[in-house]
Write a protein that binds this ligand. Structure first.
Ligand SMILES: [Zn+2]
Ligand SMILES: [Zn+2]
Ligand SMILES: [Zn+2]
Length: 255
């Protein structure tokens, strides 16, 4: 299974509009971060995790032509606002898009994109075709099994996903009790690390390092970073086996 980081930034993206800080002005391409999303390719299926506002640009940048399903971690704007671009995948795949999320996320999608689910909306190629399915256990797409991992994003319960030896945990500042057991024996972990200072709904870098140590994956990559974290300088002081992810990073893992 091949994993491509389509976006590793927080909701504002990096550079942030109207900011002149060192990260936002950096010439290191690893300091440019689109909104968070992941693309998994397996011979039997291609899966998108979240569909944020940069989906069109991400699909063009990586020439993504196949998406068999979208798994949603939660319904915040930076994770769902690209759903209109699913129209192209409807056309290419010749089918409606299977979309999986928890009950709250599906409600968020139905409310944010109310016109898509309103039968009185005039048709004519302007609407994405979305098949929403609530997650209440592992999801199978082709031969890939996605195991939901319960997380806390502030007061809000959201989902991370484990695919074989790989796990993707974005937008969290705490793991639910049952999550730890589901994360045993990982090869690669991806974990939220927003910034250095604490935040009410995201892990700070120190908190993320501590959680990553306890999870104990062979390698850990951090994501959902804001402009406080300059790539090269931050990486230089991370513990062995941990690094910041960056847009375009590609990893191979066992599904
Ligand atoms: Zn900045
Ligand atoms: Zn969020
Ligand atoms: Zn987010």
């Amino acid at each position: 299974m091949r994993i491509t980081f389509l976006g590793t930034g927080t909701s504002h993206g990096v550079p942030m509009i109207g900011c002149d800080c060192a990260t936002c002005r950096s010439t290191d391409p690893r300091d440019t971060r689109l909104r968070p999303s992941l693309y998994l390719q397996h011979p039997s299926a291609a899966i998108l995790v979240d569909a944020g506002p940069d989906l069109r640009l991400q699909a063009l940048r990586h020439d993504i032509r196949r998406v068999d399903a979208i798994l949603f971690t939660h319904g915040h704007a930076d994770h769902i606002l690209g759903l209109d671009d699913v129209r192209r995948f409807n056309a290419i795949m010749q089918r409606s898009m299977p979309c999986y999320g928890d009950a709250q996320t599906l409600e968020d999608i139905r409310r944010t994109f109310h016109y898509v689910f309103d039968s009185s909306t005039p048709k004519g190629g302007g609407l994405p075709a979305l098949d929403l399915t609530q997650i209440d256990g592992p999801v199978r797409v082709g031969d890939v099994e996605a195991v939901p991992v319960p997380l806390w994003h502030g007061e809000r319960p959201i989902l991370g996903f484990r695919f074989g030896s790989f796990a993707y945990l974005t937008d969290c500042n705490r793991l639910a009790d049952e999550a730890w057991r589901r994360l045993e024996g990982l090869d690669v972990l991806v974990l939220d690390a927003l910034r250095v200072r604490p935040h009410p709904t995201h892990f700070s870098l120190d908190e993320a390092i501590e959680a990553a140590r306890r999870i104990g994956a062979r390698r850990t990559f951090f994501t959902h970073m804001c402009h406080d974290l300059l790539h090269e300088a931050t990486n230089a002081r991370l513990p062995q086996g941990m690094a910041l992810a960056h847009d375009g990073l590609v990893l191979d893992a066992h599904a």
